[in-house]
Structures are given as structure tokens and as C-alpha cells.
Design a protein around this ligand. Structure first.
Ligand code: MG
Length: 392
């Protein structure tokens, strides 16, 4: 019987320098110039995205804007317009939907598509990838890079290999897959954080090929048995995660991987609060209300849980998002160190829906919380705090 995962055809579509490319498209006079989306260089704050021309000066997302200004004083700085990017994102996802309903959005500009069942109608993974790229370019004036493979891990690695405006097809034969992965740095392995990477490098394991060649004894001297098994499978290009449609699609989420696994519940809570604030602001900027909120916790050893809660009415204010997420967090038993936490809002609606006039335990109505959150967004923007965000 054929292994269903091996027979799958998965695309990972990733827009090229998405925020910056939308700005360049919307401002044709910026084409070919270094464009930095983020805080201005004289304010505190960071770069959200940089055009390829700006990247040539060593500017990248999450870099302080001040540093970016030093590296390229003539760069064009423009504040992020998340509402605009969300609009374009919806157009991109509508193009995906012509080819498959099985779409798992990872962020505004990135998604996995399982096109296995579309092959009969549209040909090969490659022909679907090219059709999607042509539609994005022809209809939206933007470029995307696509990786095509038998699973998510390989497809995601591949989309990055011929960026920008490129397609990469990963071979299917196990030995060819190993050869494809061998030259890549070990940082490309899914789930390898900075600490683990440094440790593997210290042991002389710089490439995926080196881990492929390493003996069990060598690996077990460095990492736990579960991690070693995880590495072995990934280094062989094996990954059986499914494309999960509608799980994160059309939602906004953000996660934080800790440099070192965390056991202190206060750190986990603080990090979650930071993520909630960031996601909440993006939600309000997009003019949406969340019907569902969710948290994600990944333990040391890669086991991951998600917890979700439906909001009635839908909401976009930080108070409601915080209260819901912390209620979910309270129900999680923390018995192991935590590697990653995430927060997301899903099933986004254009309005809160009914029951807008109910008061909550604080005696405030939802509109009051919403107004307060929006006021704080404005204040944050004025003082440059709103842009202190990593790019998606
Ligand atoms: Mg991208």
C-alpha cells in the first residue's frame, strides 16, 4: 500500500519581501530603491521588512531602524500598513483557492497548499506552482517563491532556495532527498533553536549532511533520545505533519521560540502577554474581530498542544484577548520546560456581532475596552512603539 504522506504533493508559497514589495508596487517611484517598512530611523523601533535593494546594505527585519538608517542613509522609510497587507493577502489566498481547498496559512504572506487531489485536474505540482505564480504576478503585480515536495518540512526549505521569484522542486527518492538536504546548514532543521544549533556546531556538526553521517553515540552525547530521533527523521527529509486547512488560515498568530527552554511560569505568561498585544494590534489594524482565540505551547522534546476558545461576541480588544488566553493558559499543566509559546486569533469577522451592550465583570462594555485598546495603539504609533515588531 502506498504511504499516503510520501504520495502527497505539498507546495509552500512564500511572497518575496511581502510588505516592502506591496509598498513598492503601490508607490511605483520606489521601484528599484531601498525601501524599509518600519519605524523611522530617528525613532526607537525596528524594521518590519526590507526590500531586496535595502537588504544589499545588510538591512533585515527585526534590526533597529536606527541601525538601518546608518547602513543606508538614503533608504526610504515607511510605516507598516497592516490593513493594506491584509487586503492583498486575502487576494493571494483567493488565488490559492482556485487550485485546492487544503490551505494552511502561516502568516499573511505564506501558506502550505496540499495539491495532491488537484493533480488530476491541473497536472503536476510544478504546473500548479507556476500557475499560482503567474496569477500572483499578472493580477497582483507581486512575486512569490514556491517549494514543491512530498511534505511540509521539505517544501518550506525549498521555497527559500531560489528566492526571490523562484521555484524549487524537491526530489522524491529517499537518497536524492538526503543529497538535497546534505549541504544545508543545520539551522534549517525544523525545531532547532539557537542554543541547540550552537551546541551541534561546537561538536563539528555544521551541515545536515554531517548529522546524517553522525553515529547514534555522537548524537546521544549531545541531545536527548527524542531529539536525536527527531533530527534523524528530519535529516532524512521525513515529516508526517499534515496540511491543516482552516486551522490558522485567515487568522493572525505569532509565536516565540525561547533561546533556552523555560520553566518559569512568569516568563511564559509575560511572553504570552507580549504576543497578545502584538496580535491584537494587527487584528485591530486589519479592522477585524476574532471569534476564536488560541494558544500554543511546545514542550522540550517537540510535543505541542493547542487550546482554543470561542468568543461571544467576537472581540478585538486586548482586555478580552488577554483574559481568554490566560484562562486557556491556566488550564495547561506545566510539567516540562517550554520551548515555544504562541497566540493566535481565528475565524475573523468584520464586526463583533450581537450582544454589543453587555457589560462584563469590570462594569465596562466591550466597546469601551475596544476604544481603550485603539487609543493605546494610536499612542504606541505616535511614539514609535507600534513598529517594534518582528516581521511575519
Ligand atoms: Mg515572505
Amino acid at each position: 500500500m502506498p504511504d499516503p504522506v510520501k504520495e502527497s504533493t505539498i507546495l509552500h508559497v512564500d511572497m518575496d519581501a511581502f510588505f516592502a514589495s506591496v509598498e513598492q508596487r503601490d508607490h511605483p517611484q520606489w521601484k528599484g530603491l531601498p525601501v524599509v517598512v518600519g519605524s523611522p530611523p530617528d525613532k526607537r523601533g525596528v524594521v518590519s521588512a526590507a526590500s531586496y535593494e535595502a537588504r544589499k546594505f545588510g538591512i533585515h527585519s527585526a534590526m533597529p531602524s536606527r541601525e538601518a538608517g546608518k547602513r543606508c542613509p538614503h533608504a526610504i522609510f515607511t510605516p507598516p500598513n497592516i490593513g493594506r497587507y491584509a487586503e492583498v493577502s486575502a487576494q493571494i489566498f483567493a488565488i490559492f483557492e482556485r487550485y485546492t481547498p487544503e490551505i494552511e496559512g502561516l502568516s499573511l504572506d505564506e501558506a502550505f497548499l496540499d495539491v495532491t487531489k488537484s493533480l488530476g485536474l491541473f497536472g503536476t505540482g510544478l504546473s500548479i506552482a507556476e500557475a499560482i505564480r503567474a496569477a500572483i504576478h499578472g493580477e497582483l503585480g507581486l512575486t512569490a517563491s514556491v517549494g514543491i515536495a512530498s511534505n511540509k518540512f521539505l517544501a518550506k526549505i525549498a521555497s527559500d532556495m531560489n528566492k526571490p521569484d523562484g521555484v524549487t522542486l524537491v526530489p522524491r527518492e529517499p537518497r536524492a532527498i538526503k543529497a538535497f538536504l546534505a549541504p544545508l546548514p543545520i539551522g534549517r532543521l525544523w525545531g532547532v533553536g539557537k542554543v541547540t544549533e550552537a551546541m551541534l556546531r561546537k561538536a563539528g556538526l555544521h551541515t545536515i549532511g554531517a548529522v546524517q553521517e553522525a553515529t547514534d553515540a555522537q548524537l546521544l552525547a549531545l541531545v536527548t533520545k527524542a531529539q536525536a530521533q527527531h533530527f534523524r527523521r528530519l535529516c532524512a527529509g521525513e515529516d508526517d505533519r499534515r496540511v491543516e486547512p482552516h486551522v490558522e488560515a485567515k487568522g493572525i498568530s505569532r509565536e516565540q521560540t525561547f533561546g533556552e527552554d523555560v520553566s518559569d511560569p512568569r516568563v511564559i505568561r509575560e511572553t504570552l502577554l507580549f504576543l497578545i498585544e502584538d496580535v491584537g494590534r494587527q487584528l485591530r489594524e486589519a479592522g477585524k474581530y476574532a471569534r476564536v482565540v488560541g494558544i500554543k505551547v511546545r514542550w522540550q522534546g517537540f510535543e505541542t498542544i493547542t487550546r482554543r476558545l470561542t468568543l461571544t461576541p467576537a472581540a478585538c480588544d486586548n482586555f478580552t484577548l488577554r483574559r481568554s488566553a490566560l484562562a486557556l493558559l491556566d488550564k495547561v499543566a506545566f510539567e516540562k520546560p517550554v520551548r515555544l509559546v504562541g497566540f493566535g486569533v481565528y475565524e475573523l469577522a468584520d464586526s463583533a456581532g450581537e450582544q454589543m451592550n453587555l457589560l462584563d465583570a469590570t462594569g465596562k462594555g466591550p466597546e469601551k475596552h475596544e476604544r481603550l485598546s485603539r487609543t493605546l495603539d494610536e499612542i504606541g504609533k505616535r511614539f514609535g512603539r507600534a513598529s517594534r515588531r518582528r516581521a511575519p
